[in-house]
Design a protein around this ligand. Structure first.
Ligand SMILES: *[C@@H]1O[C@H](CO)[C@@H](O)[C@H](O)[C@H]1NC(C)=O
Ligand SMILES: *[C@@H]1O[C@H](CO)[C@@H](O)[C@H](O)[C@H]1NC(C)=O
Ligand SMILES: *[C@@H]1O[C@H](CO)[C@@H](O)[C@H](O)[C@H]1NC(C)=O
Length: 781
C-alpha cells in the first residue's frame, strides 16, 4: 500500500513537475530494498499538499515529513518523525500548524505563488491558518534535516521557520525564547492548562493555567534568553552570550548511538525527554521534570486526589464520596444549602487545593482554628493545615478540588459534609484501606441503614395509616371545605397531593394561563405556584413514582416540584412560581427584555448550565432534561434563572432511557445561549447564521440590539465558543455540562470547529494513510 502510494506519487511528480523542480529532486534507495519516499528538498512556490492525495514532503535525510495528520476524523497539518526505522505508530508529531487547529477532509496546504503558507479548510471554505509571509520575498520552502520547516528567500536565507511557533515539542537545536511556550495538546474541547515557558524570574517553569507554577528549573537569573535542547540530549538555559546557566541531561546523553531525541510537554503535564531506542524500536523517556506525577498540579483534574497504589503507580481516587464509573467526577460533599448543619472529616497526609475557580485563601492559624475557620465560612468546602513547620491553613471554597495523599506528607486536611443523612456519608479517613474498599463499605453501611430506616418508616407509616386513615380522610374533606390545605416545606416525602377539585380551586378554575398547559395558582397559604396539566394517561403508580423522583431533586437553579395531583385520569404537577415567567417571554417582551442586561444574560447561561449539570451528574439516578428551551427556563423576581420541566419524559410513560440524552440537552443548551445573545427564539438557522458571523469576525453584530450598556467582548467570545461546541452535530465533540460550567466560570476554551457538519462516518470509512498515534505515556519512570 505504502509502496504503491509512493510510486504513484513519484510517477505523478515525474509527469507533472519535472519542469519545475531542479536537480535536488532525487530518489533515495535505502540500504535494504525498501523504496524510500520521493524527496524534494526544495519545495517550489505553488506546491500543495492535500488530504485527498495524502501526499507529504520529507526532509532530505528522510527523518521528518510534513503532511496531513488524521485527528479523529478531522485533519491537521503537521511535522512528524518519518524515518523508515520508526514504525507508523511511533512516528511522533513534533509540530502542528496553528496549534490544535483541525480542518475538513477536502482541505489543502499550499505554499502560494506569493510566498505564503496557507491551510485551506474545506469546511469553512476559507483559510484557517497562514504563515503571513507574503511580504518576506519567499522563494521556496524546505523541511530541514532538523525537523524545522523553513521558508527561504532568493538568497536562501531563512525568513520564516516552524521552530518559532512550537506546539508541545522541542527538537534538538530548537530555541524556546522568552515569548514562546510549549503547551500540552488538548483533551476534548478544552485547551490544555499545562504550559512550559521562561518566567519573569528567568527560570523554566511548568504552569497550570496562567498562574500556578508546579515546577521550576534551577536558580533564578535576570539574563536568560532561551532554552535549547542540544543534540546530545541536554536541555539548557543559555544567556545572551550563549553561556549555559542551567542544564539537565537524560540518562543516555553521552550515548552516541542515540540518533533521535525530543522534549515534549505531555498531556499529563509532565515534561519528558525521549530517545529512540533501535533495539526495542520504541521511544524511551530518559528524563522527566516532575519525579512524582502527583506533584503535577491538578494531575487528577476532576477525578479526585492523586495517590500511589500498591504497585507504586499513581492513581486518582475520590476519598470523599463513592465515585461511580458512570460518573467519574469527584466533588466535595458539602453544599451551601445543607439544612441541618455540617461537620468535618479528617484526611491525614493529604493536601488539597481548589480548582474552578482556584480561589483558595491562605491564613496563618493553628490546626483547630483552621478547622473552625472552615465551619464558620458558609462557602468553605475543605481546609488543609500544612503542618510542615509553617502554620499555613489553606481554605478551599469550591467543590472541585485537586491534591494528593501519601504517607510522607505531614499536612492534614478536613473535608466538610452536610449533617443531613442523605447528602453526606461519613467515610473513614483515606489513610487506611484503599478507596475501593471504602466505597464498598460505605455502600454496605448505607444500604443497611436505608433498609433499616425504610422498613421502620414503612411499618410506622402503615400503622398510622390504618389507624388514622379514616380520620385523615375526614380532616382533608373538612379542611378543603374551609380552604386550608396542610402545606409543609419542600421535602420529597412532603410533596403535597391534591385532588382535582383542589387543583381547580387553587387555579381559580384554570383562569390564569401562563404558558402551554401551565396555569398560575395560589395555595391557601398565599404562596403562588405554577400548575402544569400533564395531559397524560400514564398509570397512577408509575406517575407517583416518577413524581417522587423529580420531587427529590433540589438545586437552586432547578424549579422545585411542590406537589401533584393524580386522580382518575387527571395528572397535574405543582411547581414553585417564578415571578418573571419564562425566559422566552422575557426575551420576546420589549419591556422585560430591557431588563435583561448583558451581565444578567451571562448569569442566566451559567445558572442554566449549573442546573443541567446537576441533573446530569449529581442526582442519584441519571436525569436528562429532555426538553430544554427558553420556554422551560423561568426567572424569579431577581431574574435568577431556574430550569423547569425536567425529567418529564418519565411522566409520559417513556422508558427511562428514551427520555432524552445528556448530548441532546447540551445541544439544546447551545441554542438557549444563542437565543440569549441574539435575542431571537431558538431555531437551527440562528446557529448557522451566528457561526458564519463569528467566523467572519463579526460577533458583535450578533448581539441583541436591545441590550443597553454594551457587552463584554471577552464574555461574548466565550459564550459563542461554548455555544458552538455544544451545537456540534457530532455528539462526541460536545463538551460535558461540567466543562460548560467551567468555561462559563472563566476557563479558556479553544475556538470550535464548524458545528453543522457531520462527516465522521464518512471519514472513518476511508481512513487516510497519514495517521497519528499517541505515545503511551508511562505512568512512572
Ligand atoms: C537559536 O538562537 C541562537 C541565538 O539567538 C541563534 O544563533 C540560533 O540560530 C537559533 N536557532 C534557531 C534554530 O533558530
Ligand atoms: C562521556 O563520554 C566521554 C567519552 O566517551 C567520557 O570521557 C565522559 O566522562 C562521559 N561523560 C559522562 C558524564 O558520562
Ligand atoms: C454505578 O452506576 C451504575 C449505572 O448508573 C449502576 O448500575 C451501579 O449500581 C452504580 N454503582 C455504584 C457503586 O453506585
Amino acid at each position: 500500500m505504502f509502496l504503491h502510494l509512493h510510486l504513484q506519487a513519484y510517477a505523478d511528480m515525474l509527469g507533472k513537475k519535472r519542469m519545475l523542480v531542479d536537480s535536488s529532486f532525487r530518489l533515495l534507495v535505502s540500504v535494504g530494498f525498501l523504496l524510500f519516499p520521493v524527496v524534494i528538498s526544495q519545495i517550489p512556490l505553488g506546491s500543495k499538499l492535500s488530504v485527498v492525495e495524502s501526499n507529504y514532503w520529507t526532509s532530505s535525510n528522510g527523518k521528518f515529513a510534513i503532511g496531513f495528520l488524521n485527528r479523529s476524523g478531522r485533519y491537521s497539518v503537521g511535522i512528524r518523525f518519518s524515518s523508515n526505522s520508526i514504525p507508523a505508530g511511533q512516528q511522533m508529531v513534533v509540530w502542528v500548524a496553528g496549534g490544535d487547529l483541525t480542518v475538513g477532509d477536502e482541505s489543502y496546504f499550499q505554499l502560494t505563488q506569493y510566498g505564503d503558507l496557507v491551510l485551506y479548510d474545506s469546511v469553512k471554505g476559507a483559510n484557517a491558518w497562514t504563515s503571513n509571509s507574503t511580504k518576506l520575498s519567499v522563494a521556496s520552502a524546505v523541511l530541514l534535516d532538523s525537523g524545522n520547516f523553513v521558508l527561504l528567500n532568493i538568497k536562501r536565507e531563512i525568513v520564516w521557520q516552524s521552530f518559532d511557533t512550537p506546539t508541545d515539542t522541542l527538537l534538538p537545536g530548537q530555541n524556546l525564547s522568552g515569548f514562546q511556550m510549549l503547551r500540552a495538546s488538548s483533551r476534548n474541547a478544552v485547551s490544555s492548562y499545562y504550559s512550559l515557558q521562561i518566567g519573569n524570574s528567568g527560570q523554566l517553569q511548568l504552569r497550570w493555567e496562567s498562574n500556578f507554577t508546579y515546577w521550576t528549573s534551577g536558580n533564578s537569573s535576570h539574563s536568560i534568553l532561551r532554552a535549547v535542547l542540544s543534540s546530545d540530549g541536554t536541555l539548557q538555559l543559555l544567556d545572551q552570550r550563549s553561556e549555559v546557566i542551567w542544564s539537565v541531561s537524560g540518562e543516555d546523553h553521552n550515548d552516541s548511538d542515540v540518533k533521535l531525541r525530543f522534549l515534549r510537554l505531555d498531556v499529563d503535564g509532565n515534561l519528558r525527554l525521549y530517545s529512540w531506542v533501535d533495539e526495542s524500536r520504541s521511544w524511551r523517556p530518559v528524563w522527566l521534570a516532575v519525579e512524582n506525577q502527583c506533584d503535577v498540579f491538578a494531575t487528577c483534574d476532576l477525578h479526585g486526589i492523586c495517590m500511589f497504589n500498591a504497585s507504586g503507580f499513581p492513581v486518582c481516587k475520590c476519598p470523599f464520596r463513592p465515585a461511580n464509573e458512570s460518573n467519574s467526577k469527584c466533588v466535595l460533599p458539602y453544599k451551601q444549602d445543607c439544612q441541618s448543619g455540617s461537620f468535618m472529616t479528617i484526611h491525614e497526609h493529604t493536601i488539597m487545593s481548589g480548582l474552578y475557580p482556584p480561589d483558595g485563601r491562605i491564613i496563618q492559624s493553628s490546626l483547630q482554628k483552621c478547622k473552625r475557620l472552615c465551619l464558620e465560612d458558609p462557602l468553605c468546602t475543605a481546609v488543609t493545615f500544612m503542618n510542615d513547620g509553617t502554620t499555613e491553613c489553606r481554605i478551599t471554597r469550591t467543590r472541585y478540588v485537586t491534591g494528593q495523599s501519601n504517607p510522607f506528607l505531614s499536612s492534614i486536611s478536613f473535608v466538610r459534609s452536610c449533617s443531613d443523612p442523605v447528602a453526606a456519608l461519613p467515610l473513614p479517613p483515606t489513610s487506611s484501606a484503599s478507596f475501593q474498599d471504602d466505597s464498598k463499605r460505605a455502600n454496605r453501611v448505607c444500604i443497611a441503614c436505608l433498609v433499616g430506616i425504610a422498613s421502620g418508616t414503612f411499618v410506622v407509616l402503615f400503622l398510622i395509616q390504618v389507624g388514622f386513615g379514616f380520620y385523615i380522610y375526614k380532616r382533608r374533606k373538612f379542611s378543603r371545605r374551609k380552604g386550608v390545605l396542610a402545606y409543609t416545606g419542600p421535602n420529597a416525602t412532603d410533596l403535597i397531593t391534591l385532588s382535582f377539585s383542589e387543583i381547580k380551586d387553587i387555579t381559580g378554575n384554570f383562569q390564569n394561563q401562563i404558558g402551554p398547559k401551565m396555569f398560575k395558582g395560589m395555595l391557601p397559604n398565599s404562596r403562588s405556584v405554577a400548575v402544569k396539566d400533564m395531559k397524560t394517561a400514564i398509570e397512577g403508580r408509575k406517575f407517583r413514582s416518577a413524581v417522587l423522583k423529580i420531587g427529590s431533586i433540589y438545586h437552586k437553579n432547578l424549579v422545585q416540584l411542590e406537589g401533584y395531583c393524580c386522580e382518575t385520569d387527571h395528572r397535574f404537577l405543582v411547581y414553585e412560581y417564578a415571578m418573571n415567567g419564562s425566559l422566552a417571554r422575557c426575551i420576546e417582551d420589549p419591556k422585560l427584555c430591557k431588563r435583561l442586561t448583558w451581565g444578567r444574560r451571562m448569569q442566566i447561561c451559567l445558572a442554566v448550565a449549573r442546573g443541567i449539570c446537576y441533573l446530569h451528574t449529581e442526582c442519584r439516578e441519571f436525569f436528562s432534561h429532555g426538553n430544554l428551551k427558553s420556554q422551560n427556563v423561568v426567572l424569579d423576581e431577581n431574574f435568577d434563572a431556574k430550569v423547569s420541566e425536567f425529567g418529564l419524559g418519565k411522566l409520559h410513560g417513556e422508558a427511562s432511557n428514551s427520555c432524552g440524552t445528556a448530548e441532546a440537552d447540551i445541544s439544546d443548551f447551545g441554542k438557549v445561549v444563542l437565543s440569549l445573545v441574539t435575542g431571537r427564539p431558538e431555531a437551527d438557522d440562528v446557529g448557522v447564521w451566528a457561526y458564519e458571523k463569528w467566523v467572519q469576525g463579526q460577533a458583535e453584530e450578533l448581539v441583541d440590539r436591545r441590550i443597553d450598556n454594551g457587552v463584554d467582548s471577552e464574555e461574548l467570545e466565550r459564550a459563542l465558543r461554548i455555544a458552538f461546541w455544544c451545537l456540534q452535530v457530532d455528539e462526541q465533540m460536545r463538551p460535558s455540562m461540567g466543562e460548560v460550567v467551567k468555561v462559563l466560570e472563566g476557563l479558556a476554551v479553544d475556538p470550535p470547529p464548524p458545528p453543522f457538519v457531520c462527516r465522521r462516518a464518512e471519514l472513518e470509512a476511508n481512513e487516510s494513510s497519514t495517521s497519528e498515534i499517541e505515545l503511551q505515556i508511562p505512568n512512572n519512570i
